[in-house]
Ligand binder design. Structure first.
Ligand code: NDP
Ligand SMILES: O=C(O)C1=N[C@H](C(=O)O)C[C@H](O)C1
Length: 270
């Protein structure tokens, strides 16, 4: 089978550069285009040089339509409104769309479901094996423990991150809510300040820390009377998210159109 032809959008970003490196290192994939927005200082630069892997002959462009034409897949870790536009273009080009973008508001991702009726689309707040396995463990723990155990999700990321709670924190919160058989939207407490009153049993709380260069750390805490269980994941290198995204692309290349998660890619839903 010929190599999967991949495009990286947001190619000059932290994850964009990691994605370029991951494609270069992957067996079965090749980088055919790299996209940034029209105002970007990276336009015209070689994507490989920017990513620190030497020249690849792939010049960063702002013409996503031309970049997607003839491509098999698009790797997208950008921002919600950009991702919605890229999903439409990927569907028009018949390319699989792999989405790591976070910071979605409720219902904002509806256009992605439209795109997924004609292409394979994989979306996850975290593309690492470890976090997706952690989510399965959190679901199991929440199934086993009743409301006597308060569930809190704690996360820390680098100072440049613009959205909170992180996509991963929400993914873990969803896993806990599913395990407990409740609707996260109805029971989540996203922040606390001032005289909040005592904690309601059954709520799922979120706490956000930002600072320095932390790649991504998440803990789900089950706090009971006299005992506490803490399930934690620490990412030490953002390359692991990029490698996960390339793995998802190669998997999606073999799938029919549909909306998939990283748990589908990793076989954790089987
Ligand atoms: N699911 C996962 O496993 C992971 C998800 N993420 C998520 O990925 C996203 C990106 O993170 P990160 O790389 O740190 O952020 P960066 O800000 O470093 O990168 C985002 C890139 O996307 C570009 N971009 C934004 N809008 C457009 C557009 N319309 N067209 C082309 N390019 C565009 C930005 O350009 P500009 O700077 O000009 O705005 C920037 O280069 C975030 O949502 C983050 O939470 C991150 C790590 C892992
Ligand atoms: O912005 C980041 O850096 C990360 N974002 C993702 C998230 O919002 O959970 C995944 C990872 O933790 C890094």
């Amino acid at each position: 089978m010929s190599e999967m032809r991949l495009v990286v959008v947001g190619a000059a970003g932290r994850m964009g550069r990691a994605l370029v490196r991951a494609v270069v290192e992957a067996k079965g994939a090749t980088l055919v285009a790299a996209v940034e927005r029209s105002e970007s200082e990276a336009l015209g630069k070689d994507a490989g040089e920017l990513a620190g892997v030497g020249p690849l002959g792939v010049v960063i462009t702002d013409d996503a339509t031309a970049a997607f034409s003839g491509a098999d897949g698009v790797l997208d870790f950008t921002a919600p409104q950009a991702t919605i536009r890229f999903a439409k273009l990927a569907a028009e080009a018949g390319a699989a769309h792999i989405i790591g973008t976070t910071g979605w508001s409720d219902g904002e991702d509806a256009p992605l479901h439209v795109a997924a009726s004609s292409i394979p689309l994989v979306k996850s707040g975290n593309m690492s094996l470890g976090v997706n396995l952690l989510a399965a463990l959190v679901k199991k723990a929440a199934e086993a423990l009743d409301e006597e155990f308060d569930i809190e999700v704690l996360e820390m990321h680098h100072k440049h991150k613009v959205d909170a709670p992180s996509g991963t924190a929400l993914l873990l919160g969803e896993a806990a809510a599913e395990g407990r058989g409740i609707d996260l939207g109805e029971r989540s407490v996203r922040s606390r300040d001032g005289i909040t009153g005592a904690r309601d049993a059954g709520d799922i709380g979120f706490a956000t820390l930002r600072g320095g260069s932390v790649i991504g750390e998440h803990s789900v805490i089950f706090a009971g009377e006299g005992e506490r269980i803490e399930l934690t994941h620490r990412a030490e290198d953002r390359q692991l998210f990029a490698n996960g995204a390339v793995k998802a692309a190669l998997w999606a290349h073999r799938q029919p159109p549909g909306f998939y998660s990283m748990a589908d890619v990793l076989g954790l839903n089987d």
